[in-house]
Design a protein around this ligand. Sequence first.
Ligand SMILES: Cc1ncc(COP(=O)(O)O)c(C=O)c1O
Length: 372
Amino acid sequence: MNIPIFELERVQSLYENTVDYNLTESGFHPYTLNELLEKDQIDTLTNTVLGYGQTNGSIPLRKQISIMYNGINEENILVTNGSSEANFVACHTLLEKGDEVIMMIPNYMQIWGIAEEMGCTLKAFHLKEETGWKPDLAELKSLVTAKTKMIAICNPNNPTGYTLTIEEMQEIVEIAKSVDAWIYSDEVYRGAELNGKTIESFIGMYDKVMVNGGLSKAYALPGLRLGWLIGPEELVSDTWAYRDYTSITAGIMSHYIGEIALRPKKRLEILTRNRNMLNENLIAVKEWLDQYGDLFEYTPPQSGGMLFIKYNLDINSTELAEWLRTEKSVFIVAGDCYGMDYHFRIGIGERKEYILAGLDRIKEALKERFNL
Ligand SMILES: Cc1ncc(COP(=O)(O)O)c(C=O)c1O
């Protein structure tokens, strides 16, 4: 096997269903169909003919997606199985062996693994912890070369919850233009901003831009496995050709439900529910962390369902996560999954009581082992 193990996903797949408290979830407490849909919509669903449907995404769904971006139409959109498939087909469409990819770090490492498997050269530019996770754009500028094919961004960022300012986005565009590189922006957390203001997409800022989106995170519907890819029409058509080899299409039921979830009124209802949950949980989790004084250091996220925390204890992050999982049946993401030891990630988009109960288990553990 030539592809590196995607540690973050692998470890979650192995253990997230085997613990009492799974604090690794990076999205929001998911909806049930009954909570999401009206009775007549459920009836329509139960009478749906289970065919393939339109394989690049139903026209009503792509129309609904298009209104969330400036200057695009249905032809600029490929509907995918989750935004993870969007990442996969985008890399295969845009990159070739020997290309240079510069990626924002820390990051969801899927693109890193795919590009490595494809034989690309990878370089990292960093979000700096000491400046509240602001991007080091001088570093990005110093790294680009004539061989740079793609600058890979995650905005809002997993795991820090940092969102780029417009000025930072413009500067990234200028840097990409200077070497004629693509910007690929993973925007799956767009819509989960704590201040309620949906951030701008990179779409429309430069002609060599592709972005993803999806319903797994900000929309609390990961079980639909619905994502999308947006870019210039000819390139989206090429990504569709790759997608014929991966999964052919997302499910017809997901097309139908996704279109309803993205109708403006419903969309606002979903995003508001999730943002309220996030704001409320953040206060409670901060209170829990702050009781330990300097033990935990963090910059509160601007977006997304998680908190990335530095801890001042002499224990490796994988060991810490393993110990909490096996001793207390509570599961956190080790900073090692991001190449950042002495950090861990916890989800803050679940129900508050559940998160606090999980944190109680961590409290017991810290007392028993470290007398804290
Ligand atoms: C930044 C980011 N992109 C993509 C994904 C893939 O999500 P999905 O395929 O469920 O849309 C995740 C999942 O955690 C993520 O955090």
